[in-house]
Design a protein around this ligand. Structure first.
Ligand SMILES: *Cc1c(COP(=O)(O)O)cnc(C)c1O
Length: 230
């Protein structure tokens, strides 16, 4: 398997090229290294190659890694489905939760963040394709979810996240990325107090260049950095 450092270098270059192609500033796109199932040694290699944001799908796995690696200048992003009973652990050390898709989850994160004396940055996860198997709020429910969540004082709503269906040709993902950006713009126009729509978390190993062209500000990449998961 190719080495982690050169993988990261190539990804950063690809992000920059995609940003420039679409008239954007490469520094407006942040790279999250998705470290599910990746051992600490390989994560440390990624950190040495310049990674500053870690993305995890499971709270317990994230917490263990945070304890092992956390005394570094790192941001920890939670990108998986958050069970309500895990919100209290996430509230202690996670910097941003990408997967708020129901008001019940938003309320629980708000309550737990309050207990910890923290403000939690959150993104609203959108099921942009409408596939039944996908998590995320339905496109027609997002506006109300943003409005309701905006009233929770320990949450800072910062934008939207999505996972389009998987395609072998990344160009097929483009309409979904574009739809998320357009939804973001519509919400932004509402000027809901306390809501920022600056972040668009979209794009993974196979399609991040297209996502950046369509406005991604955060890409979440695992396999292209660390190789295939077992
Ligand atoms: C695993 C995962 C990723 C990274 O996927 P790769 O295909 O390994 O790049 C991104 N986002 C979410 C929500 C994930 O679960």
């Amino acid at each position: 398997m190719a080495n982690i450092e050169s993988n990261i270098g190539r990804i950063i270059e690809t992000i920059a090229e995609a940003a420039l192609r679409s008239g954007r500033n490469p520094s407006d796109v942040r790279l999250i290294a998705v470290t599910k199932q990746v051992d600490d040694g390989r994560i440390i290699e990624a950190l040495q190659a310049g990674i500053t944001i870690i993305g995890e799908n499971y709270v317990q796995e994230a917490q263990r890694k945070f304890n092992a690696l956390g005394n570094r200048e790192l941001e920890w992003h939670f990108i998986g489905h958050l069970q309500r009973n895990k919100a209290k652990y996430a509230a202690r050390f996670i910097d941003m939760i990408h997967s708020v898709d129901r008001i019940e989850v938003a309320k629980e994160i708000d309550r737990r963040a309050g207990v910890e004396g923290r403000t939690m940055k959150v993104l609203i996860e959108v099921n942009i394709s409408g596939e039944e198997s996908k998590s995320g709020a339905g496109v027609n429910d997002v506006m109300n979810l943003v409005r309701d969540s905006s009233l929770l004082c320990n949450l800072s709503i910062e934008g939207l996240m999505t996972m389009p269906p998987w395609f072998s040709d990344p160009e097929d993902s483009r309409p979904y990325f574009r739809a998320l950006r357009e939804l973001r713009d519509r919400i932004d126009e509402e000027e809901i107090p306390g809501v920022s729509m600056k972040e668009l978390s979209m794009g993974m190993s196979d399609d991040y260049a297209v996502a950046v062209e369509e406005g991604a500000t955060i890409v979440r990449i695992g396999r292209a950095i660390f190789g295939e998961r077992s």
